[in-house]
Every structure is written in C-alpha cells, then in structure tokens.
Design a protein around this ligand. Structure first.
Ligand code: IPD
Ligand code: CA
Ligand code: CA
Length: 260
C-alpha cells in the first residue's frame, strides 16, 4: 500500500508541475482573491485538476483538501492536502521560486510529503520514519546553534486585519539583531530550505494547511523542529509556524515573544 501511495504522490506532483512548466512565462488569466494581491491564476486550477485526477484514479474514496477547490470530503482516514502552486505571486511574475506541494495524512498524522520546484529541478520528499530527501540526497538541518549567526526566512500574510500580533514588529526585532532575513514568497520552499540546511529558521503568521502539510514532515524528517509560537506541538491547522534546525528554536521563540 505504501508503495502505491508514494507512486501516486509522485505522479500527482509531476502532473501538477508539468502544468506549471507549460504555462511559465506564457500568457494565462490572473484574478485577485480576498485581497488585490492574493492571486489565483488559471494555472493554479489546471494544475490542481491534474493533481486530483491522478489521486482519484488510484484512490477515488480518499479525502482531498486543496486550496482552490476546497474539501472533497469522504469518510476516508486518508487526506491529501494540496497546494497546486505555492508561490503564485512569484509564478505570475515569472519568478521561478514556486512549487507544487502535497501532503498525505492518515488518521490525522502526516505520512508523506512532497514539494517540487520544477524550475530548479528540486524535489523534496519525506516519508514518516524514513528521512527527508532532496532529489536522492538525504537531508539534515544545519548545525548552527547560535542565533547571532543564523540565516532566517519569513513571509507575510496578504491580509493584516485578522493577524493578532504584528508580524512587522517581530520582523523588526530579528533585523535589529543584525540577522539576514530573506523573503522568498513560497512557504513550502521556505520550509524545505530549512530542512536542507540553507536556512536555520523560518517563521510566519496565518499560513494554511496546504502551505505547510508537506514541508512540516520534511522538516521533522530532516531532524528539525516545528512548533507554534508558544513552542507547543505543531498542527498544520495552527496559525503560527516556527520551523528551525532545532538548535536555535528556543532563541527564536524568545525573540518572537519579545523576551530576548
Ligand atoms: C503563499 C506563499 C507565501 C506566503 C503566503 C501564502 P500561495 O501561498 O506560501 O510565501 O507568505 O502566506 O499564502 O498563495 O502562493 O499559495
Ligand atoms: Ca500556498
Ligand atoms: Ca497556492
């Protein structure tokens, strides 16, 4: 069963990525969602259709949660959590930092995750208990245990009104510590790049389960730590995400909570 799940996951991510590659830097329709710059393109929907077609061809009874189509709900204990393009704003501007992200949950626990950026030919994959990989290379998080020399990445929500704490204030505290903080525009890639040791830590407010589902397992399987801003055990349905190499986790929590 696991082999079939894994094959289906990989076929699905490639089917989605083929759609991204076909349209990249070409012409396609772009629309705003709840705010002007929260975009959805026809490519998001076409990629989503291609991904769901693959999953349904093998597992028509499985639950699907996908960003554009919402919940295709059944009573199955398997749930596929899909972001057909993570980094849609980048995609719409021809910036090749975007990906397809798919996580597979069983009984509420993430079992497998894949994040594929076809423009850099980087496929991140993790299976619970079996490690995380970039293409065929096993991943481990960075060893840095000093926040003073950390390289961080973050993102900002499209809507500010429903964000309880001010993300700019947190960002400012990290910048005032003199730290390099990058902003790539794809939370799934941010998480994978922490797993790959390129970044030491990532935080963001108000992400959605499809942004995090796959990257969450990839971080954990690479030896990293992920929590909310209280340091509690993480759920992809949380609205606060801190993912680190583990070593600087408590130090980042102190800055986020303004207790440093
Ligand atoms: C977005 C990206 C971005 C993050 C936003 C997300 P989308 O996803 O992950 O990095 O800052 O909060 O909504 O809209 O490109 O799928
Ligand atoms: Ca997303
Ligand atoms: Ca998306």
């Amino acid at each position: 069963m696991n082999d079939l799940l894994k094959n289906t996951l990989l076929r699905a991510v490639h089917a989605g990525a083929d759609v991204l590659k076909h349209f990249f830097e070409g012409t396609f329709e772009v629309h705003s969602k709840d705010t002007l710059n929260n975009l959805v393109t026809e490519v998001d929907k076409k990629a989503e259709d291609a991904i769901i077609d693959v999953i349904k061809s093998e597992f028509p009874e499985h639950f699907i949660l996908s960003e554009e189509v919402g919940e295709l709900s059944t009573t199955s204990n398997y749930k596929w959590i899909i972001d057909p393009i993570d980094g849609t704003v980048n995609f719409a501007h021809g910036i090749p930092i975007c990906c397809v992200s798919i996580g597979l949950e069983r009984d509420g626990e993430m079992q497998m995750g894949v994040v594929f950026n076809p423009f850099m030919n980087e496929l991140f994959f993790a299976e619970r208990g079996k490690g995380a990989f970039l293409n065929n290379r096993k991943l481990t998080v960075s060893k840095n245990n000093q926040i003073e020399s950390a390289c961080l990445v973050t993102g900002f929500p499209y809507r500010w009104v429903d964000v309880g704490t001010d993300p700019i204030a947190v960002f400012e505290r990290f910048i005032r510590l003199g730290l390099p903080v990058r902003r790539l525009g794809s939370a799934a890639i941010d998480l994978c790049w922490v797993a790959a040791g390129r970044f030491d830590g990532f935080w963001e407010y108000n992400l959605n389960p499809w942004d995090i589902a796959a990257g969450y397992l990839i971080i954990e399987e690479a030896g990293g730590r992920i929590s909310n801003f209280s340091g509690d055990k993480y759920s992809v349905y949380d609205k606060q995400t801190l993912a680190t190499n583990g070593h600087i986790h408590e130090q980042m929590l102190e800055v986020i909570k303004n207790q440093a």
